[in-house]
Ligand binder design. Structure first.
Ligand SMILES: Nc1ncnc2c1ncn2[C@@H]1O[C@H](COP(=O)(O)OP(=O)(O)OP(=O)(O)O)[C@@H](O)[C@H]1O
Ligand SMILES: [Mg+2]
Length: 385
């Protein structure tokens, strides 16, 4: 047997900010993280997204050095740090539960990592003042954490993390304990902080909306494997698996069989005979597939309306809900499946009342073909694109 030399692909990752080289973490027979290959760019805001138990915290802990990989190596700035202790990795961490020390003042909490590093007192005062300004809480230094709101405590946790200029920040659901409004406010602040400081951020959430709004790139994890990674719009509009399609955003998914290949793929599907879809490598005549259409790509047509769109199904109006600027309409197809249509709310065009005969129409470009297996409910995640 001839051994291959180390792959070229490997060495080019060495100048990335972080590189997980074939990293895996097992706990006995539990595969917390299957062999993963992940390169993070300098200054990137990368989000790890996935259901509970998919390996998000494990991946962060590997980078932080809190756990050792079962196999593989970890590189930061081109250096192999697999065996380097956490305190020597130049990494800051922020957790969901703030983890501030309750008996210390806010000032002392933030000063703590600097005291550990034996910084001079005057320098400590200057640095703490500076980061309190950055998180917009300049006057709370003398208070105890319990005298702050949840959102303020989380900002202090962030201040304590950035005070010693880490070049990478790892955040594990840092906004998970906050209510929706505060969450959205802090999301914006975190984004601004990221831009302002130019730090590389690895961010964990299981909130898909948060991932879509915050990230340069999303890594979608499923059962310890990377299901798909890419910029938010790519994951949303070009999911490669049923799991990715179902996990991010609302979707309408039909069963189908590939019936014809050409500029567009024709798929035979129960509720409407034939649908036209975007070409895909997996499309082969006779193959069972799933067909995906996002609700915002569907148009709701009244009985005699025409659209010129390639796909059209007859339906009956079930219900509609106005969500501020958008309206969600639920319609039932002849085979009893429910389809959701999302349109912009327009005062002059109210949705038809329940029971009305309607149609839903959409273009072939907005129709994706996906492998028939590997959805969220199958516990699989093993779908091969
Ligand atoms: N110390 C451990 N011993 C045994 N199994 C572990 C340990 N830590 C994690 N696991 C297992 O590894 C898998 C991944 O766990 P991990 O904490 O990374 O998930 P997660 O994606 O962060 O989930 P959550 O969203 O619930 O925080 C889970 O099945 C978990 O039970
Ligand atoms: Mg976790």
């Amino acid at each position: 047997m001839v051994l291959e030399p180390r792959t070229e692909g490997g060495s080019e990752h060495r100048d990335r900010k972080v590189w997980l080289e074939s990293c895996a973490k097992h706990y006995g027979s539990v595969v917390a993280l299957a062999e993963v290959e992940l390169a993070v760019e300098d200054g990137e805001f990368l989000t790890l997204l996935g259901p509970s138990g998919s390996g998000k915290t494990t991946l962060l802990n590997l980078i932080a050095g809190m756990v050792q990989p079962t196999s593989g190596r970890i590189w930061i700035d081109g250096a192999d740090i697999t065996r380097v202790p956490p305190s020597k990795r130049g990494i800051g961490m922020v957790f969901q539960n703030y983890a501030l020390m309750p008996h210390m003042t806010v000032f002392e909490n933030i000063a703590f990592p600097l005291r550990v590093r034996k910084m001079a007192e005057a320098e400590i005062r200057r640095k703490v003042g500076e980061v309190l300004d950055i998180v917009r809480l300049p006057d709370v230094g003398k208070r105890k954490p319990s005298e702050l709101s949840g959102g303020q405590q989380q900002r202090i946790a962030i201040a304590r993390c950035i005070v010693y200029n880490p070049s990478i920040i790892l955040m594990d659901e840092p906004l998970g304990a906050l209510d929706k409004k505060l969450r959205e406010e802090l999301q914006l602040e975190l984004k601004q902080l990221h831009t302002q400081l130019g730090i590389t951020v690895l961010y964990v959430t299981h909130d898909q909306e948060e991932a879509l709004t915050m990230s340069d790139r999303i890594v979608l994890l499923n059962h310890g494997k990377i299901e798909q990674m890419g910029p938010p719009d790519e994951l949303y509009f070009q999911p490669r698996t049923l799991f990715a399609a179902e996990f991010l955003g609302d979707s309408n998914i039909f069963d189908g069989t590939v019936a014809g290949l050409g500029e567009f793929v024709s798929v035979y599907s129960e509720p409407g005979a034939s649908m036209m879809a975007r070409p895909a490598p997996i499309a082969e005549i006779g193959k069972a597939v799933k067909v995906l259409v996002r609700p915002e790509n569907l148009t709701l047509l009244r009985q005699c309306e025409e659209s010129g769109l390639a796909n059209r199904l007859s339906a009956e109006m079930v219900d509609s809900i106005i969500l501020g600027g958008v309206i969600k309409c639920y319609v039932r197809l002849s085979d009893d499946t429910t389809v959701v249509v999302q349109e912009l709310t327009k005062a002059e065009r109210a949705p038809p009342p329940p029971g009305s005969k309607v149609s839903v129409a959409w273009s072939a470009e907005d129709t994706l073909i996906l492998p028939a297996v590997g959805g969220m409910t199958e516990g699989g995640g093993t779908a091969a694109a």
